[in-house]
Design a protein around this ligand. Structure first.
Ligand SMILES: N[C@@H](CCC(=O)N[C@@H](CS)C(=O)NCC(=O)O)C(=O)O
Length: 212
């Protein structure tokens, strides 16, 4: 069976939702980041970088990085149609996941963990401020992308959708004015109506289930 290593509210939620959406049999193993469990010797054997998500396959090998895990799940469970069937559509979906991973996520990390980007504590306020500006602009970009669209990539739900939900939740967590992003908010409400998404949010006790 597949095993997902995740932490509640972390970016691993994207892979967690995709597994539920795919109807894949899997075991969810909690790695509590708040308790530092990602740095235990046992977990470092699974992912030496000490990050979630990690997906252990049936042969014992491990996949890391949301973009790779989500692409793998889309290809492995084609009946769930988590990836566009045409090559260019699939590439566009991967491009979106790459942007979420290499720009949107690190922007948030600058707010949350500025010490990872400069040893000098005096630099922290500037790093946080730039991270917040970049993160908010990225959320505004997502808002623009879903205008007139049901899902991130158009009419079809794809792996980009669970990934984009992570950042809506993070925006809410740091009290950004998320409801000003009306299209992103309407999309988030559609996401919450999906039973698979709801199951994961319940399991992770996600902030998106709390009233605004
Ligand atoms: N690019 C990676 C990022 C993974 C990542 O940074 N995960 C965070 C949680 S959102 C983590 O495990 N952080 C623990 C730590 O840095 O100690 C991916 O998308 O999978």
């Amino acid at each position: 069976m597949l095993t997902l290593f995740y932490s509640p509210g972390a970016c691993s939620m994207a892979s967690h939702i995709a597994l539920e959406e795919a109807g894949a049999p899997f075991e969810a193993k909690l790695v509590a980041l708040a308790k530092g469990e990602q740095r235990t010797a046992d977990y470092l054997k699974i992912n030496p970088r000490g990050k979630v998500p990690a997906l252990r396959l049936e042969d014992g090998s491990v996949l890391t990085e949301n973009t790779a895990i989500l692409t793998y799940l889309g290809r492995r469970f084609p009946e769930s149609a988590l990836l566009p069937k045409d090559l260019a559509g699939e590439a566009r979906c991967i491009a979106m996941m790459a942007w979420l991973s290499n720009w949107v996520h690190p922007a948030f990390t600058h707010i949350f963990r500025p010490e990872r980007f400069a040893a000098d504590a005096n630099a922290a306020p500037a790093l946080k401020a730039t991270g917040k500006k970049n993160f908010w602009e990225a959320l505004q970009e997502i808002d623009g992308l879903v205008i007139g669209r049901k899902w991130m990539q158009g009419d079809a739900f794809t792996t980009c959708d669970p990934y984009a939900l992570v950042f809506y939740g993070w925006g809410k967590r740091i009290e950004l004015p998320m409801t000003e992003l009306t299209s992103y908010t309407a999309w988030k409400d559609r996401m919450l109506e999906r039973p698979a998404v709801h199951r994961v949010l319940e399991r992770e006790q996600n902030i998106l289930l709390k009233a605004a």
